[in-house]
Design a protein around this ligand. Sequence first.
Ligand code: NAP
Length: 256
Amino acid sequence: MDNRIALVTGAGRGIGRAIALSLAAAGRRVVVTARTKEQLESLVGSIGEAGGQSLAIVADLVDQNAPAQIVERVKKTWGPIEILVNNAGIGSSESPQQLVDYDDDFWDRSFAVNVNAPYRLTKLVLADMLQAGWGRIINIASINGKVPVLHGAAYTASKHAMLGLTKVTALEVGDKGITANAVCPGVTATLMNDKRLQYDAQRTGNTPEQIEESASLLGRRLDPDEVAAMAVFLAGDSAGAINGQALNVCGGRCFN
Ligand code: NAP
């Protein structure tokens, strides 16, 4: 396998961690970033034990200077980023509200992490990708980029925006050896979704187990590894003809 340089945001846990581990297992040098240092250290340890190479960068993507600082640090250490996985995200369950009562600050933070940081990172890595004539941009959106989630205006709107960003990126650089695609996970067993499960249980009077059973046609939530498999495929040379798509990995929950 090639040892291309991949950046995975929000890699400390959940889907991002699974993607980072899978990319490292496929031979990529993986830069992992998030706010929680201990989770990144644990991940770097696991990648190293499996014989992979990784570099941890602690950063808060609400800070609009963070993307440039991350990209610069990677360039100085290893070189230009060849695979960008915009995975970090803020879920609806951090502050679920109906729109009329929506928390403006939460709206802004959600857009900062779910849209503005991916926009800035994409812009920053594109120049090098264009020069190299090869690149992969993989945006971890959501099925809520296609269908709404109740009391999740910022999440729904930001994930729709991420699909728009993916499509325009693909349109502009698709003839230059670069692809930009979105992965739209369904309900996946991570900390983010644990919180949503609890909120929905409280809201509906169902048990978390009942809600989990209806999460997909599989009768369960997805495992982060099942989402990571799609991201790893999109990062490879064999996915070069797939561009500008929003690919569901949802166990048959969403048919859009
Ligand atoms: P998670 O377990 O909560 O992980 C989110 C990751 O993002 C963490 O590593 C977190 O690290 C990082 N992050 C959050 N805020 C950040 C910030 N301000 N700056 C830097 N990093 C930040 O969630 P997940 O379920 O794996 O979600 C990963 C992606 O999949 C998200 O984009 C989410 O919207 C999407 N998704 C998830 C599901 C699901 O059911 N789980 C479904 C569809 C889509 P720190 O807190 O340490 O910063």
